[in-house]
Design a protein. Structure first.
Length: 295
């Protein structure tokens, strides 16, 4: 006979599954974009947790796509080459040599993630924006400054993605695009994820970050905003409630919602199983941005 503590644990697990049921039903067959970056990419335990979560999303009927970064690893390899990483407004200044390093590192990271996904028993294919002419970009010029081979997403061709997903593969995308001159460009992974989400009319776009979500007071973790509509999000930017590196991320969220993505989530990727906790529980653990609160 099971001890009372074992029965309680089993009951708790059963209740968790029951709580998840309406969310599994609601998002079955829906496209989910996961922008994978931050600490979850360098901590092996967190990396396995994220990949396991994405595999589970696939196995319960969702259609996930991973768009990943690799900034910390790129910086390490740039340093090993004898160069010093340079940034402008949070974007990596990318000369031709640095572009070569970025492409090498991102492809390496890409194939590692594909291998982990295969280990979980789910088929995945590693891509970058060059494959199938998927991501075309122009030169990004913040404040008119030339920062090299840094791309602004102009259009996303979804033909290859749709073909792979119809054949039951999970696409894993490195943020490299092609210019009109067919040169490779390094794209900010947030921008690439938004571009893919908009083109695929995704139900959800989830950013894995190194913060809890959007906070009213950055020094107080208890000030987390669980739900935010687009109008209020714009007001927070204008009034300076949100500042620093959160501004471009929140602006990306707003743009994605206004161009057809149903929900955008900002999650703490340092927390194991953050995707499952956000998607399959009533309370959630991060910030979700919606078109309006009635949605």
């Amino acid at each position: 006979m099971l001890a009372n503590s074992e029965v309680d644990l089993i009951t708790q697990k059963a209740n968790t599954l029951i709580e998840a049921m309406p969310y599994i039903r609601r998002f079955n067959g829906k496209t989910i974009i996961v922008k994978y970056g931050g600490s979850a990419m360098v901590d092996e335990k967190l990396k396995a947790s994220v990949i396991r979560d994405v595999a589970l999303l696939k196995l319960v009927g969702m259609k996930p796509i991973i768009v990943h970064g690799g900034g910390k690893e790129i910086s390490r390899w740039v340093s090993l080459s004898g160069k010093e990483s340079e940034f402008y407004q949070g974007l990596r200044v990318t000369d031709k040599e640095t572009m070569g390093i970025a492409e090498m590192v991102l492809n390496k990271v890409n194939k590692e993630l594909v291998g982990l996904m295969q280990k979980m028993g789910v088929n995945a294919v590693g891509l970058c924006g060059k494959d199938g002419n998927m991501i075309r970009c122009s030169k990004k010029m913040p404040d008119g400054k030339d920062i090299g081979y840094v791309g602004e997403v102009e259009r996303v061709n979804t033909d290859l993605l749709e073909t792979l997903m119809e054949r039951d593969f999970i696409p894993v995308i490195a943020p490299i695009g092609l210019s009109d001159g067919y040169e490779p460009y390094n794209i900010n992974a947030d921008d690439a994820a938004c571009g893919v989400a908009k083109a695929m009319s995704a139900e959800k776009l989830a950013f894995l970050t190194d913060i809890e979500g959007i906070l009213m007071d950055p020094s107080d973790k208890k000030s987390l905003i669980s739900e935010l509509d687009v109008t209020t999000a714009k007001e927070y930017i204008e009034e300076g409630i949100v500042g620093g590196g959160m501004i471009p991320k929140l602006q990306n969220c707003i743009d994605a919602i206004e161009q057809g993505v149903s929900r955008v989530h900002i999650l703490d990727g340092r927390l194991e199983h953050c995707l499952l906790l956000e998607f399959f529980t009533q309370k959630g653990i991060g910030t979700v941005i919606l078109k309006d609160h009635s949605y």
